[in-house]
Each structure stands twice: as C-alpha cells, then as structure tokens.
Design a protein around this ligand. Sequence first.
Ligand code: Q46
Ligand code: ZN
Ligand code: ZN
Length: 322
Amino acid sequence: MKCRVCRGAAIIDLRRHNANFCAPHFTKFCIDQVTKAIKDHKMIEPDDRVLVAVSGGKDSLAVWDILTRLDYEVDGLYVGLGIGEYSDTSGDYARDFASERGLKLIEVDVRNEFGFDVPNGSRAVKRAPCSACGMTKRHLFDRAALEGEYDVLVTGHNLDDEAAVLFGNVLHWQTDYLGRQEPVLQAGGGFPRKVKPLIRLSEREMAAYCVVEGIDYIIDECPMAVGNRHIAYKEALNSIEARSPGAKYDFYHGFLSRAAALFQPESVEVREGLQPCTSCGAPTPSDVCAFCRMISRATEPQPIYFRDKPTSADREEESNVG
Ligand code: Q46
Ligand code: ZN
Ligand code: ZN
C-alpha cells in the first residue's frame, strides 16, 4: 500500500477517495479538508476570535488542533456534565491537551454552577439523557460564546455525525430541523455564529488523525449513549458505506447543495418566533427556556412519601385525632 502523494509506505486507505496516504500526507489531507470546508462555506474569517466546544473526544480535540495549526486564535470550552467517571476523565483529556499546548480552556461545571447533573436533570424533566444533555450543551455553548464575545463557535461534528442526524431528520421528516442542518448558522436573535469545520472528514479519519498526531483523547463511549437512536442511524449508514464507499458523503453534501435551502424558510420562521427567557434571557418559544425549567425541576426539594396511599389504619388514626 503506497501513499498517493509520495509513494512511501501508506498508513491508511481511504476508499471514498480511492487513495492511500503516509502519515505526513494524511495529516496534510485532513488539514486541507478543513481548509476547504471553511472556504466553501465561509465559516471563519482570519481575524475571528474562535471558541471551540471540546468534550475530550477525538473530534473536538482534532478540530482545535487543526484550527490552531491554521493560525486561528482559538480558545476551548469544556462543559462538565456530571456523568460520573466519564465526565471526570473526559475533562482531564481536555485540560491536558490545553495545558500541553499553552491554550486557554474555559470550564463550566453544571453541578457547581447550577446544582444538577445530566443524569438527574434528564430524570427530573422526563427526557432521554442525550436529549437533556444536548439541550444543556447547546445552551451553555451559546452562552459562553456570547458572554466571551467570540465571533464564532466551532463544534467537532464530523461527516458521520451530520449524515446520521440528517438520516434521522429525514426518517421522521423533521422539516424545521432540516433547515438547521447547514454547517454555518448565522449569529442573531440571541444566538452566536456556529460552524462545523469537520463536515468533510469521517469518524475513522478523525481517530486516525489523533493517533498520527499523538493527541490523547477519551476512547470510552459515554455510558448514557446506550440505546441512543443516533448510534443506530450511524450503524445503518456504515453498512451502506461498506457496500458503497462515498454514500455518506453524497447523502450529506448532496443535501447541502440541492435541498437544504428548501427547508430554511421554516427554520427561519421558528427562530423569528422565539423570545428571551424571562429567567436567563436565552431565546425560547415559551416564557422560560427548557434549560431554566430543567434547573428548577432538578433542584426543587423532593417531598418524602413513606407510603403511596394512606392505609385504613392511617384513616382510623386521623379520625381519632382531636
Ligand atoms: S455526552 Fe450527552 Fe453525548 Fe453522553 S449523554 Fe448523550 S449527548 S452520549 S455526545
Ligand atoms: Zn506520502
Ligand atoms: Zn432560561
């Protein structure tokens, strides 16, 4: 197996591109793909102050690394979600990455700052853990980007992530979500500008990039991801990709070039219908945003019940009182 560029020994084969690369040319390939995504979708201007949301996983650390190499001014943001040992370990990877490279990492810990964590918050509002977690992350990422006056918020969603979200949105015809699947969401209405520079790179490519570049990241899956529909969509797309290399790329990028604009009016309408939360000021369709509602439910004192229902002995005792 030879590198397409230098004919040296290749370390990875990319069936979608019908190409093999050695380590240095694979790194160059990844950086070129990010550069092209940024340019094609006008994601980041050279002087922008950039905030990247980091989880300690491969994608967010790789995108932070690549943007720094491309000379952007990039700080990191880590949100501690309180998912037991998983959150402790993922935070360590993010901190180590930042300190080894002298980069600034902003940290928000939901337990310290708001008094809840994702497991009990999701139970309190009866939402699936990933739904409560995703809402929490979006809320805190947006808040940090606006408060820090960053020009753009970057997330590490890769091609596999975006294709799986698209697959789910099409499967259930969630048309307002389809209008928000663009890799650039403009600032406005209480939201920061948000971009996804990894949309041309797959999950496997990002894992390989981290190995080649010596980036340590959390390999364990989040324990709350079990049963998550997103994983099932990824598996379905992986089996199609195995038989038809490039299918995932064509599905997502074909959607962007041919269909995404058709769904935008609906998502613009949804955005225009939002108003500031009466508690925190974040945009919401109701008076109080979902994040503030979750905090108040998860932190309200719980009544103590000794029994579900009064027994006949209790009623007798009550009737004897006085
Ligand atoms: S951290 Fe949160 Fe993920 Fe864990 S609870 Fe689900 S969304 S799986 S990226
Ligand atoms: Zn080479
Ligand atoms: Zn709020």
